[in-house]
Design a protein around this ligand. Sequence first.
Ligand code: SF4
Length: 218
Amino acid sequence: MKTIHAKTIRNSSDWLDRASCRSVGRETFYDGSAEGRQAARLVCTRCHVLLECLADTQALEAAAEGRWGMAAGLTAPQRLALVWEERLHGARPDAAKARELTDWGWRKALRRHHGRGLTLGEITQAIGGTTPQHHVTTRLALWWLGLDGARVRPRAADDLTPKWQRVVNEHRGEIEGIRAAGGNRFDVSAYLGVSISCAELAIARVNKLTAGVLEVAA
Ligand code: SF4
């Protein structure tokens, strides 16, 4: 039986009857495989009410403090990452602009920059963005295009540094910020776009560094 996925993630909205997931099986949005996520993302990114869905989903999930499955073209960790973008940087994406960035001309440019191994900041700068809002808008567009949008710099060919160590080197301050705000390994993993085990190792290292700093300060 077909169900309206959007209706399962929010109370009621006047845009529900225009939702593309009206004609798609609800299971598509809860299939944990990469293929399943890709299928759901394609349904969502072609949906006429993507922007309305994203806004309502974020509001509902903020109140419920829980995220499951795909919604608004994003995985649950990607939606959680948006929460931390706002908490750490005070930045919400311009979803309409992000959708524009998935159109043909911009899409080609984003794929090219991403393929060259640029960081999120470098990709944003390459398309003319400078502010925290521009960064998170680019990140949203990359996710909608099915690209990783991670905050960690891609590994250089000659760099043998373990990923968790690179995460600490590049993002110690943000990890400390997430921990100070009560976040855990799932939050760090989602925000940075790394695996949970990588986030765990990075947090353990940051904790030790912080303890060392406190000892010195004492
Ligand atoms: S964006 Fe996706 S989840 Fe949201 S209403 Fe459209 S198809 Fe449904």
